[in-house]
Structure formats: C-alpha cells, structure tokens
Design a binder for this molecule. Sequence first.
Ligand code: GLN
Length: 356
Amino acid sequence: MSAAYVALEGGSVVEARCRAPGTSHGELVFTTAYTGYEESLTDPSYEEQVLTFSYPLIGNYGVREERFEDERVHPRAVVARELTDDVAEWLESEGVPAVDKLDTRDLVGQIREGGAMKCGISAGPDASPEKAKDALADCPGMSDHVDIGAQVSVSGKTTYEGGDGPDVALVDCGAKGSIVESLLERDATVHVLPYDVTPGEVADLDPDVLFVSNGPGDPANFEAAESLVSEFVGEVPLAGICLGQQIVARALGGTTEKMAFGHRGVNQPVRDLRSDKVVMTTQNHGYTVAEPGPELDVTQVNVNDDTAEGLESDDLQVLTRQYHPEANPGPHDTLGFFDNVVEMATDERRTPVAAD
Ligand SMILES: NC(=O)CC[C@H](N)C(=O)O
C-alpha cells in the first residue's frame, strides 16, 4: 500500500499509510466516538473538516447505507489508527482521501494543545510531503467558508407527510436524516427548507414550529437563517439543534465563539440545571454560545467545561440543544427533546402566523 502525508499548521509533516488516495485539506478535528462512524462520516456538520478518530479501530461492523445521515461523505479526509477495508473502499469510492497507521494519540494531543488546526493531506502512489504542505497552504479558515450552507442544504422545499402531529418548518443548514426521522416518528409533517428560505415562504406554510437544523461552519455565516428567526420569534415556537441553537441565540441578541478544539464524541456529560440530573450526549461542534442574550435561559450545561448545552424561553416558546438528541447509534438519553418540541408546537397559546 502507498504512502500518505499529513501536513500540520506549525510546520510538521506526519507520515501515514494511504487507505484512499487523493489530495485534500481542511480543519483537523477529532472525535472520541468509538461507534457511529457511518453516521459521523455522513454528517453534513463535518463539511470542510478532516476527521480524526481517536478510537483506534474504525470499521469493525461494516458499512451499511441505512445508517447514513446523508447521501454522501462530508469530511474532506479521514484519519485513523486503523481503518478496515470496508471503510477504506467506501471512502475511496466517494473520492475522500483516508490515511491510517499513524500515531493518532499524538495527533489528538497536538489538537488538544494547539486547538483545531488546518491540515493538508497527500495520499497515494504520487504522494509527497510537499504536496501535503501545498494543500495546507491553500486551506481556508473555517470562518472563510461564508456560504457553506449552500454546500449542504436542499435546493428546494421537500415535504414529508406525517400523521396528526404538528407542521414543522425545518431550516436545512445541513440537517442530519435522523432529525427528520425523529420528528416523523412523532407524527409531525416535516417541510425541509433551504438554508436561505425567506420569511414569506415560511409564513405561507403557517408552521407550528420553526426548527433550525445542525450544520457545518461558523454560525456567523448563516445570516439568512438568523434574520428568519428574528422575524418569527414570539410568533411561532422555535427549536434548534447544535448550529440551530447557535443561530437562535445570535438572532435573540446572543453571541457565539470558537472553542479551542470543540466537543466531538458520544459520551459528553450534560447537567440539567432544574432537575440536577446528568445525561450522556453525542456532540459534534467547534463553536459555542458565549452569551445567550437577554431573553433566553441557559437550562443545561456541559459538566466538563460549563458551556451552554440547552437554551429555553417559556414566554417566547424557544427550546434548543447544543448536543444531538437524535444521534445514532446513541446514547438516546435525550430523545425526549423531540417530545418537548412537539408539545411546544401544539401549545394552545400560539397565535397562528396567518392570523397576524
Ligand atoms: N453539529 C453542528 O451543528 C455543528 C455546529 C457548528 N458548525 C459548530 O461546529 O459548532
């Protein structure tokens, strides 16, 4: 098998083994998840990132399409201690470079010390350290991807008919399939809408809840979704997951900031401040809500670093989570979030948009 090189910001080049050839670059991040690689690799939130698995063996239970969160692989490249042939072949067929047989423990240590960093990758028969360095030199910063929503969103409305549950307007900023499924399982009708959908198009649907999805990149680059939320706050209940929480907070006068290396894994502990219970959650984010703004309460926090994990307003009917209640294969401690969203959407207090 041929060689591969990973060039890191700071000048070092790490030698590896090529498992899927190609040249690539992106923001180098790591996940501590030991299961769920099919879901992570198809999660649109990893767009423009190079995903390193800290767990050493990736691919042990094969590759099954029914586990995918989206139609394609989203990270620009994949790094692991050891990838199975199944995963390597899948990534090669998707044109996504993959490398293994390098010291991922050391790499993760460097990301923890230096923060998420740019990297360049060169893998295959023609790979060289110079090509990896050239790819690194061409790598934009995450915030430079100003229209990243266009890379991951639907281009037009798609409606999934449900039962007698609420009508959800889901703003697709890179939505995972599991979010749509979790809503359909609760009899909701889900209108999946482009990331830059206009207020008029949303008003025409007269939804029971406006739900902003997860997605890649810097939340500051989702201006259309932010102003959409400011338009409807107080008129339609609002829900959000991950990027969705960040966009809702910004729209309500809050701020977001980049974290050093973020939270990515399946065992992030979250404390609910009202019940004082701790739940295990799946996470994948590099930004966080720094200030929630004057109208939202922080109702849940991360046990490790106190960052905001849940924002709520009873008066305005807002309910958001920074983690992923829908995440497969789990943990499923927080699936009740979707029941709460459905309850909020069917709350009698709401005035229908069309009546305003
Ligand atoms: N999973 C997500 O929605 C990620 C949100 C945002 N892109 C972040 O990295 O913080």
